[in-house]
Design a protein around this ligand. Sequence first.
Ligand code: BES
Ligand code: MN
Ligand code: ZN
Length: 493
Amino acid sequence: MLDLTVGHGDPLTEPVELLAVICGDGDLDQPLLKQLDDRLEGLVRRAAAEERFRGKLGQTLSFHTRGAVSPRRLLLVGAGAIAREGERNLRVAAGSAVRAAAASGATRASIAWCNAGGGAAALEAAAEGALLGTYRFDKYLTGERAQHSNLSGVTLHAPAALEGAEQAVARARSTARAVARARDLVNEPAGYLTPSRIAASAESWARGAGLTTEIRGRAECAALGMGLFLGVAQGSDEEPRFIHLSWKPTNARRRVVLIGKGVTFDSGGLSLKTNEGMLDMKTDMAGAAAVLAATVAAGEEKLPIEVHALAACTENMPSGRSYKLGDVLRSMDGRTVEINNTDAEGRLTLADAITFGLRLQPDALLDFATLTGACMVALGPHIAGLMSNDDALAGEFLAAAETAGEEMWRLPLPPRLAEQLKSEIADMRNTGERWGGALTAGLFLKEFVGATPWVHVDIAGPSSTSKEFGHLGKGGTGFAASSILRYLRRNSV
Ligand code: BES
Ligand code: MN
Ligand code: ZN
């Protein structure tokens, strides 16, 4: 990981090749930039005017300092409405800053910011952005493209008297490690990352952090009666794996169950997807990746809260053994489900994981799943849909997500739509009609939850991205890992 330090000295005398200054829209007369401009005899203002740099989010401007100050190159990074959107935009801008620093060939860089508030939360966000901005999935690149960047160290310039700076950076390191682990799993091709391999990764992380791992195969899941999960797994030559990580500190006051959808490849099954629809379906285990990584981090941070991560991992494949349309499957809690679309597999795997999770008698149960294309139609590619049976828990989780800078929007669970899940020959069927598809998926899960406070987050959109954005590179984003970890930290005090 990038060597990250907090500096309180003068950023203009520091021995680094590049100094990045993050500023908001119209912030060019902030003290830090004014001082810089004076030392550089008006160069900052001239360059900004020439290049029309205003400080909009995502805008950057780089120029040589010609020996006037220690850093040879100065990079201005726009952070938009930083005074209002402080931490969120600072995280994005710090990501852009390290990306640009790495591209410039710098080995050491420093980052300063103005107008974002000088608190530990701002430092933490900047640290996360810097660490995550250097993430690359380069395992399969060869030749020149396989070369790592030379950037090995970054100094973050925090206000001199900042309290809790070291703890803030330590939290950022833990968050970034969790997010990077989740991204690694999401980015792995499905041909490599089978259910068994997710289980092996989870187990090796868990062992290092003092968590317990239990992995169940087909036979053990059958013995537990997980007919929905195994129905989905039936068509695949790959062995399914039900992963259960637990972190049980002796001083825990609350017990939380986290469930992640772990479909390592979603072809749609016999309700086969198109080429276009299947292209990104190696990412259909992003929920599992997020809950496993966040739970391991909770253990590494020794949080005083009991956490269980569950992931029913399988492929969804067409074959002579696949589950069929019209089949009736039996859930772990004894209910029957008629299958009218084998591509609505996620809710089936989640339903049995929910039943398993409820037997652990949690205070709260949260699930994360790349569940529906309909959620992306509703909220676009960057915002997750959150559904819940408990306003307090929903509010608490949304607040944690807000500090993580992960956008989530609450959607309703309208009882009228549940009518669509009725079946003639079974207790229910697995899909409703087209409109409101994210909600009927949520309503299906709700059937299995009962009275336990529950949150369901549909992360189909934000779990991967095709456009670089600050600390988020192309590919898996690790979405939700940071929100979950923050939620667990808040429940630990
Ligand atoms: N994994 C998909 C949802 C998805 C779609 C995630 C696009 C990310 C991007 C899920 O299993 C699925 O296929 N859902 C169906 C549900 C439908 C059959 C009711 C969908 O959204 O079309
Ligand atoms: Mn599907
Ligand atoms: Zn799926």
